[in-house]
Design a protein around this ligand. Structure first.
Ligand SMILES: [Zn+2]
Length: 321
C-alpha cells in the first residue's frame, strides 16, 4: 500500500479477523493476580526479598503506559494497567521483579482525558528517552542483569523511542535490554495492535473484567477506537493473547540474564535492524507508520523467534516490512 498510512488506518487494517479459541474462567478484579502468588512488584519488596528474587532471576520488567481515551467502554489507563498485569504474570511464572508502572510517553489521541507528554509522531523524545536511559542505568547498578521494557502504549514514535533506547542501552551497559510493545509478542495469534478495539478490549476483559462495559458502545464508528469492532471482544480471546504474551515474556526473563556476549550481540543486531527500518522507512517525509504496513505478515513470528532465540529469522523478516 503506497498511500499514506495514518495511525487509525494502520490500526483498522492491521487487525486480523480470525476468532480465537480456548476457554476462560478467569475472575479477577482490579488486583491483577491472586494473593497466593509471589509478590513481584518492586515497590512492595523489602531488601531480603529483592536479593532473593535477583539470585533466582535477575530480570527487571519495566511496564510503560499513559492516560489516554480508550473509547466509552474502557478505562483511560488501559495501556498502562494492561502492560503492568502482563509483566506481573510473567514475573510470577518465570522469576524476576516488576518495576513501578511508568505513566506518560510519546503521543496520544486528540480525545478527552488524554495526557500528551510529547508529540505523537516525533521520534525526538526529550522526556521518555532520557528517563528510560537513567532507569536502565539504575537497574543495572542495583544488580539486575536483564531488562524487559514492555510498552502498552504504542504510537509509531513511542515504539521507535522504546526499541531504539533498548538497543543503545544493551550496547552501552553490556546486558540485554528488550524494548517492545506487547502486541509484537502475539502477532501470530492475530493481535497486531489496535486502539481500544477488539484486541485491547479483549485483553482488558481477561485481565480486569470489571473495567470493561461493552453495553456503552453504540453503532460504529466508535469514537477514538481504531481496529476491529470492540463489540466482538471477549475474555476468551483476551486469555489467549495474554497466555501467548506471558509465556514469551517468561521464557525471555529466564533466558536473558544467561546470554553470553555472542548471543547478546546477535539479539541486539536483530533489534537494531528492526528499529532502523522503522525509523528510516519514511525517509523523513512520508508517514511514520510506513514500516508497519506488512507487520501482520512479515513479523508474524517475531515473538516466537525471540523466545526461541532465532534472532536471524527476525532480522530476515525485517527486509519484508
Ligand atoms: Zn491502547
Amino acid at each position: 500500500m503506497a498511500r499514506r498510512l495514518g495511525r487509525r488506518r494502520f490500526l483498522s487494517t492491521a487487525m486480523g479477523a480470525t476468532l480465537l479459541g480456548s476457554a476462560s474462567t478467569a475472575k479477577e478484579t482490579s488486583k491483577p493476580d491472586s494473593t497466593e502468588k509471589r509478590e513481584v512488584r518492586l515497590e512492595f519488596l523489602r531488601p531480603k526479598e529483592i536479593k532473593e528474587a535477583q539470585a533466582a532471576c535477575p530480570t527487571l520488567f519495566q511496564p510503560l503506559g499513559t492516560i489516554e481515551w480508550h473509547g466509552v467502554h474502557n478505562v483511560v489507563g488501559v495501556d498502562a494497567v494492561k502492560a503492568h498485569a502482563l509483566c506481573i504474570r510473567a514475573a510470577q511464572r518465570a522469576g524476576g521483579v516488576v518495576s513501578p508502572l511508568l505513566y506518560g510517553g510519546v503521543g496520544g489521541l486528540d480525545e478527552p482525558h488524554t495526557f500528551i507528554m510529547e508529540p505523537e509522531n516525533s521520534v525526538f523524545s526529550n522526556l521518555l528517552r532520557p528517563w528510560l536511559e537513567q532507569l536502565c542505568r539504575e537497574m543495572v547498578r542495583d544488580g539486575f542483569r536483564a531488562i524487559i521494557i514492555l510498552t502498552g502504549h504504542y504510537g509509531a514514535a513511542q515504539q521507535i523511542v522504546v526499541r531504539e533506547t533498548a538497543v543503545r542501552m544493551s550496547r552501552a551497559l553490556g546486558i540485554p535490554v528488550l524494548g517492545t510493545p506487547e502486541y509484537m509478542l502475539a502477532i501470530d495469534v492475530n493481535y497486531t495492535g489496535d486502539h481500544a478495539a477488539w484486541g485491547e478490549t479483549s485483553l482488558m476483559m481477561h485481565l480486569y473484567p470489571d473495567t470493561v462495559d461493552l453495553s456503552r458502545l453504540g453503532k460504529p464508528p466508535h469514537q477514538g477506537v481504531g481496529g476491529r469492532d470492540p463489540r466482538q471482544s471477549s475474555a476468551k480471546d483476551g486469555k489467549l493473547i495474554t497466555e501467548t504474551i506471558v509465556s514469551r515474556l517468561a521464557t525471555l526473563a529466564r533466558k536473558m540474564p544467561e546470554w553470553d556476549n555472542k548471543k547478546l550481540d546477535r539479539f541486539v543486531d536483530a533489534e537494531a535492524i528492526l528499529v532502523a527500518k522503522q525509523l528510516s522507512a519514511p525517509r523523513g517525509k512520508r508517514n511514520i507508520w510506513t514500516a508497519w504496513r506488512n507487520i501482520g505478515t512479515a513479523m508474524r513470528e517475531y515473538g516466537k523467534n525471540l523466545a526461541e532465540e532465532k534472532f536471524e529469522e527476525n532480522k530476515a523478516a525485517v527486509a519484508k516490512l
